[in-house]
Design a protein around this ligand. Structure first.
Ligand code: BGC
Length: 766
């Protein structure tokens, strides 16, 4: 090669390098790339990163549905922007003035939007978020796993981590990068429609499941093209809303906040490094959560060291102005939220212009904008979006509902279904013993098993409960009686017809409960579907009663995300199963359990009250809670936290501790032998509760501090050890403002539920 040619090539390469900005060099450290890019951005471009909009497809759907009518309050989940057309939104995207979208539900739409973003001056890719709460279920064809309440019932965090890892792949395969999960609200009021998307009532269980979910989604270091950002939500305490209605105000003492609601967040930040947080709809102690500097800045960033970004919830920035009436104008609401520590507004126009004005007027500093913008950009670099913002459509097809994911969905469902009652061992069924089986009830043959945060899924992807039973029933004739899906419409005629068929049957399986499908008018639970009571709606109870009166052995299956006060059923029918919302293969999982192909192993992650008047019904209440008993009914739950039966039996030995006295720098371990004394393989969840015998402040009667799920073959015995440290013995002293473990006497209470106690070991902290 001639020398001049070599010189020219070298010059060209060097020039080329020099022209390539640092932020576009994949080999550069993320921090450097962020700084370089920020140095090139205008104020407007930086604020634009903080703006999120719903996807154009979602807007068009809404426009079609409402055909120009005004969307009523309460229907506001149907996002659209009255003063911004889809075309204008696309223009903003092309100019680099949109940072993020949500509810983009196809890979094609994601690619189209990214193409527009690539035309912008700095070619900053979009960050796309979606509510993949139990699989990427807002996307048609995705694997739908059981909802979080069922996941929690598995008491199997490793499995939760696995399905979250798979869900991350399905999220990325459809061009999204961020999921608004986990919901780590500690659910303390079953009237609230969102219980199904929580991990239940216990702070420790919620924490373990939350951490597992985040680790599954974000991987080891939240880096690369196979992980998705997680979002711990909702800050905070909206899960015990006054009157049970979503977004209602909460007044909570700092002590309860620290001991009940905050522990899952502390672990989400400190242990799982969650990259995003979402503020809650509600006000807390008189301050709308979106303007709560103490929570977002002092506690999350200051105390816990949160180092990601905080997104608002749907319309909640605006609601400071137009619902809480706590900001004179929308612009003031924008100011209050950013000043309090919020980084991104979901969703809508006006924010960009008004926030730029706020900086120019000196009310907000550019440093506040930089804080938000730099973290959003960091996420985009970490996720590899600058290298390739697009998704390959072939990958979408290969990933959604692939064999491996479906297998995990089945396993998760099998581990999430709780056997509440099984009188005279009606279960498991030997189907060959039955000739005519009646299957009926509003949830027997539809998609209600998929839960909330799902959009329509292809029928072929869903094994309904009826399908599952038919798959396994062999020569038994399965007669389905269509009782109708809408529980508010069901008449006594239907009940009588079902009972007439029951008379001619030798087994009845009645599937009742709730409808969590957000796209159906007949829904009875899920987001914004709160209830006054916890009884079965409509004629469902009569349906079960009439069938039972025929004398046919009856199994009742409950579907839905919230616990229901099914007192009559619990007292009268032989077998009762809580299936929650078991997902795409829920029908198969349930049938496998009914047939004994799978031995049930799930436990209740939430107490089932006898009556909504018992709310708040929690196992970890204070000692004085039932000092006075109800005069018109029991003061105990219908089924307690941690309850769940198996087809085998387990014998517990006498528990022991490795020491009698522990010190604050020490740990203490409890060991108990558990033996499978039945004839089938089974899994048992050994639960360790701690009870503080004397303390300077009243402590809960007991609190879960450890659990282990063990598999045992018939006759097999295992020693199970659970270890705690002083954290498990500590409480928050709100006068001194610190956690303290007070020396004194404690008990380790080991049980197969919070009520069925197998052994107690006293110990001391010195
Ligand atoms: C819910 C959030 C959800 C968001 C986006 C809100 O109404 O409260 O949990 O992430 O919508 O869909």
């Amino acid at each position: 090669m001639k020398v001049w040619m070599m010189m020219a090539m070298l010059t060209f390469t060097l020039l080329g390098k020099a022209q390539q900005p640092i932020y576009k060099e994949p080999g550069q450290p993320v921090e450097r790339r962020v700084t370089d890019l920020m140095g090139r951005m205008t104020l407007e471009e930086k604020v634009a990163q903080m703006c999120q909009y719903v996807g154009p497809g979602h807007i068009r759907e809404t426009q079609k549905r409402f055909k120009g009518q005004k969307i009523a309050k309460g229907d506001d989940a149907n996002g659209f922007y009255p003063n911004l057309s889809v075309n204008q939104l696309l223009e903003l995207t092309e100019k680099g003035l949109v940072g993020s979208f949500l509810h983009v539900v196809t890979a094609k739409e994601s690619n189209d939007l990214q193409k527009l973003a690539m035309k912008s001056r700095l070619q900053i890719p979009l960050l796309i978020g979606i509510d993949a709460i139990h699989g990427n279920a807002l996307v048609s064809g995705a694997t739908v796993y059981p909802t979080p309440i069922g996941q929690a019932a598995s008491f199997h965090p490793e499995l939760v981590e696995r399905i979250s890892r798979e869900a991350a792949l399905e999220v990325r395969a459809t061009g999204a990068h961020w999921t608004f999960t986990p919901n780590i609200d500690v659910a303390r009021d079953a009237r609230w429609g969102r219980v199904g998307e929580t991990f239940g009532e216990d702070p420790y269980l919620v924490t373990r499941m939350g951490v597992a979910t985040i680790k599954g989604f974000q991987g080891k270091d939240c880096q690369g093209t196979e992980v998705a950002l997680a979002c711990a939500k909702h800050l905070i305490a909206g899960s015990e809303p006054s009157n049970g209605t979503n977004a209602a105000p909460m007044d909570v003492s700092e002590r309860t906040l620290r001991e009940v609601y905050l522990p899952p967040y502390k672990a989400a930040v400190e242990e799982a490094n969650v990259f995003t947080l979402m503020a809650a709809h509600n006000e807390l102690n008189g301050i709308p959560c979106h303007a709560d500097r103490w929570m977002m800045t002092d506690i999350m960033r200051g105390e816990y060291g949160f180092n990601g970004f905080i997104v608002s919830d749907w319309m909640d920035v605006d609601r400071i102005h137009d619902l809480h009436h706590a900001a004179p104008t929308l612009k003031d609401a924008f100011y209050e939220t950013i000043d309090a520590g919020l980084d991104m507004r979901m969703h809508g126009p006006d924010f960009l212009e008004k926030v730029v004005e706020l900086v120019k007027e000196g009310r907000l500093s550019e440093a506040q904008i930089d804080r938000a913008c730099s973290k959003i950009l960091e996420a985009k670099f970490r996720l590899g979006l600058f290298e390739n913002p697009f998704v390959c459509l072939e990958k979408t097809a290969q990933t959604l509902s692939n064999e491996e994911h479906l297998q995990s969905a089945l396993e998760m469902a099998e581990e999430s279904i709780v056997l509440l009652k099984n009188e005279n061992d009606l279960l498991p069924l030997d189907f060959s013993d039955y000739k005519n089986i009646l299957v009926t009830g509003p949830n027997a043959n539809n998609h209600t098993i998929l839960g909330d945060w799902t959009l329509q899924q292809p029928d072929a992807n869903v094994v309904t409960i009826l399908d599952g039973i038919r798959e396994i029933a062999g020569s038994a004739k399965v007669n389905y009686y269509n009782y109708g899906d809408d529980v508010r419409q069901n008449s006594m005629d239907k009940v009588n017809e079902a009972a007439a068929i029951a008379k001619k049957s030798d087994l009845a399986i009645v599937v009742v409960g709730e409808n969590p499908l957000r796209y159906q008018k007949s829904k009875t639970c899920g987001e914004n579907i709160d209830r006054m009571g916890l009884d079965l709606l409509g004629t469902q109870n009569q349906l079960v009663q009439k069938i039972h009166e025929t004398g046919v052995p009856t199994i009742v299956v409950l579907v839905g995300g919230r616990p229901l006060s099914v007192n009559w059923i619990a007292q009268n029918v032989q077998a009762l199963v809580q299936a929650w919302e078991p997902g795409s293969l829920g029908g198969r999982a349930l049938a496998n359990i009914l047939a004994g192909k799978v031995n049930p192993s799930a436990k209740l992650p939430i107490s089932i009250p006898r009556h909504s008047g018992q709310i708040q019904m929690i196992y970890n209440h204070k000692p004085s809670q039932y000092f006075q008993k109800y005069k018109d009914g029991e003061s105990t739950p219908l089924y307690p936290f941690g309850h769940g039966l198996s087809y085998t039996t387990f014998a517990y030995g006498k528990p022991s501790a490795d020491k009698k006295v522990m010190t604050a720098d020490d740990t203490i371990s409890f060991t108990i032998n558990v033996k499978n004394t039945g004839t089938r393989e089974g899994q048992e969840v050994i639960q360790l509760y701690v009870s503080d015998k004397k303390s300077s402040l009243p402590r809960p009667v007991k609190e879960l501090k450890g659990f282990k799920k063990v598999k045992l073959a018939p006759g097999e015995e295992k020693a199970v050890t659970l270890t705690i440290d002083k954290k498990a013995l500590s409480f928050f002293d709100d006068v001194k403002h610190e956690w303290m473990a007070e020396p004194g006497k404690f008990e380790a209470v080991i049980g197969t539920s919070s009520r069925d106690i197998k052994g107690i070991v006293p110990f001391e902290l010195r």
